[in-house]
Design a protein around this ligand. Sequence first.
Ligand code: C5P
Length: 309
Amino acid sequence: MSAPISTVPAGVRVRVPAKINLALCVGPPRADGFHPLATVYQAVSLFDEVQAGWEDPGVFAVSVSGEGADLVPTDDDNLAVRAARLLAERYGEGQPLGVSMAIHKSIPVAGGLAGGSSNGAAALLACADLWALDVSLEQMLALAGELGSDVPFALLGGTALGSGRGEQVAPVLGRGSYHWVLGFGWTGLSTPAVYRTHDQLRPDAPPPEVPDELMAALRAGDAQRLGRALVNDLQEPALRLQPQLRQTLETGIEYGALGAIVSGSGPTCAFLVKSEAAAIDLCVALTSDGVVRTARRTVGPVPGARLLS
Ligand code: C5P
């Protein structure tokens, strides 16, 4: 006898990656307070998971487990909840929609890896599928841009150029796969505080531009060249706020990293290494030196938010 087919739609699961910025070039603040960016994002193999199931109409609930779960709000401030509400409002057309989401985190909170943004992107995709809404990728990218500067990239993944305030994304045709070690800091950094420090340090910041050399390194798939070309205008401000990160970066280079950089607004440090074996060695070195709370091996680029079931 075959099993009865449930009429209740099964829940959906979405896996979404962390991002690092290979270049993060920051201009002077705009009238709206945001900064114009010229950035190159890369999605790396450190994933959060968002599971979504039906709830009573008008209920938008979330629970959070895993890395840094106690730091994540579970009320209407949660980016996944905001994403679900926004989607229902714009594309739900008066339908009786509700959702209960469970986020499992591996991406550290306030780490400069777009962990919160990735949860917003995952929620958009999960809810659109759960509720069977007719939303195109372009429409979803536009909603993502309303939710936050890094949210569209979390949908796209791979390697991409970001402009505007980071929300306008276009894929980069690059070659190769890279080994990245991520060193997590002991405490998070506030992104607005890092941008404020940037403005104090560089009141005359020029319009942002991604260096040609970095794009050439990506086109060539040359990890040595890429390691030397990594650039982040938020690194100096992040180091002002957490001076110990300088030693973290130096330790990585001492142990043979091809490049070392603060990821986004920090405090996570990203180290480009030449092989998986080098990544294993560097993880051991960083953690045994105690310069990081923990270290993870990742590869990039990987795809953006994807449905698992
Ligand atoms: O867009 P998102 O909500 O991720 O941005 C978080 C904060 O980071 C903003 O409130 C702003 O202070 C700062 N930010 C900025 N310029 C950007 C992106 C973010 O000043 N391009």
